[in-house]
Design a protein around this ligand. Structure first.
Ligand SMILES: Cc1cc2nc3c(=O)[nH]c(=O)nc-3n(C[C@H](O)[C@H](O)[C@H](O)COP(=O)(O)OP(=O)(O)OC[C@H]3O[C@@H](n4cnc5c(N)ncnc54)[C@H](O)[C@@H]3O)c2cc1C
Length: 332
């Protein structure tokens, strides 16, 4: 839940004393919902793009001193911000975290290799880059429009694979402890669309496994996935699957919603997609609260009809006052 007592001037004052450069970059009443793939929702009290670990630590320390909640925003593809916005500090990672390191020199087909990738890198970019040099294992990422940081936090996955299959370890900054550490995969506790990471953990980078293959073969698989996504998933303003599958591999949230005939179920400016029952679409110029109301209504209808209490995969920001229903555990 958000803390309401802190004031933005306090945090700006603390940051100014530590780093004038960083203070200049802090934006008050900054667009937040507009930076998500839903493209609805209000502003954050404060937002800043950091350009180093040192800056991360300064902002983390200042937020902690003021009692201000903070969160990292990746590509915003799994985030819904309330129409009234969020009283907190949004951090984005600058170019210092947008890099890929991989060395394929001398490797034969079938040989394994390690891919080092910054937390700000977009998954489709990594997938395509690997395909172009014949590295296989990350083809599925082309269909997931998030960042590597978001992928680690959510244990993103698709097409029979997930991040936990590929990850070796991740460099994490703990903003509460003010330190950077390498977390081995076990410590990340990656489950179905979940991890041990909290809002004060920042994924700086990750090391992933891949193996050598033929660039044409890998690129063909990437294009097949892109084609499949276009055929089976809607475009427009959404955040992919809204609910976590209640029994992964056995009971899918989409099938439960579909069986109740809820495709095209609408409240105001949001509706369950006609193309994929676990997607909720927002209209352009729509309202985040309508998306939330559709989520809540779908959750209640599925609970009443089947006994499954669907859990939100989407991270909800600023819904504290109306989240007394099923999503309280997922709100910030
Ligand atoms: C069209 C579409 C299709 C999708 N398909 C899939 C799919 O097939 N499989 C799937 O798993 N997901 C899918 N998603 C959801 C989404 O892309 C993933 O959950 C993705 O991992 C989110 O990454 P992000 O950078 O956008 O995260 P954001 O939405 O920016 O943030 C999500 C969470 O991750 C945290 N976070 C972001 N970056 C960092 C970081 N560097 N360090 C620490 N925490 C961080 C945020 O604080 C927040 O809690 C889809 C979304 C869309 C719009």
């Amino acid at each position: 839940m958000s803390t309401t007592e802190w004031h933005v001037d306090d945090i700006v004052k603390i940051v100014s004393a530590e780093s004038a450069d960083l203070a200049v970059k802090m934006k008050c009443d900054a667009p937040f919902g507009g930076h998500t793939t839903y493209r609805v929702g209000g502003h954050a009290t404060c937002a800043v793009e950091v350009s180093s670990v040192a800056e991360l630590l300064v902002i983390g320390n200042a937020a902690k001193s003021c009692g201000a909640p903070l969160a990292v925003l990746g590509r915003g593809s799994n985030t819904l911000v309330s129409d009234t916005g969020w009283h907190g500090v949004v951090i984005t990672l600058g170019p210092f975290s947008d890099w890929i390191n991989v060395d394929t020199a001398g490797l034969e087909p079938g040989e394994e290799l390690v891919i080092e990738v910054g937390g700000a890198v977009a998954m489709p970019v990594l997938s395509r880059r690997m395909a172009s040099i014949g590295v296989t294992g990350l083809e599925w990422m082309v269909g997931v429009p998030g960042s590597i940081g978001g992928a680690v936090r959510m244990n993103a996955g698709g097409h029979g694979a997930e991040l936990s299959d590929a990850i070796i370890d991740a460099d994490i900054v703990d903003l509460h402890l003010g330190q950077q550490e390498r977390w081995q995969v076990d410590r990340l506790e990656l489950g179905f669309r979940s991890s041990a990471l909290d809002n004060h953990h920042v994924v700086l980078s990750a090391r992933l496994k891949g193996s050598m293959s033929d660039p044409d073969l890998v690129s063909t698989r990437v294009e097949d996935i892109v084609r499949w996504r276009r055929q089976h998933q809607p475009g427009g303003q959404n955040c992919g699957s809204v609910f976590v599958n209640p029994v992964p591999g056995e009971v899918s949230a989409g099938a439960l919603i579909d069986e109740l005939g809820l495709r095209s179920f609408r409240i105001g400016s949001a509706e369950v997609s006609t193309k994929h029952a676990n997607f909720i679409q927002a209209d352009s110029n729509g309202h985040a609260n309508d998306v939330y109301e559709v989520m809540e209504s779908v959750r209640r209808q599925v609970l009443d009809a089947t006994g499954y209490d669907l859990r939100s995969e989407v991270r909800l920001f600023g819904f504290d006052d109306i989240a007394a229903g099923g999503h309280a555990g997922d709100t910030v």
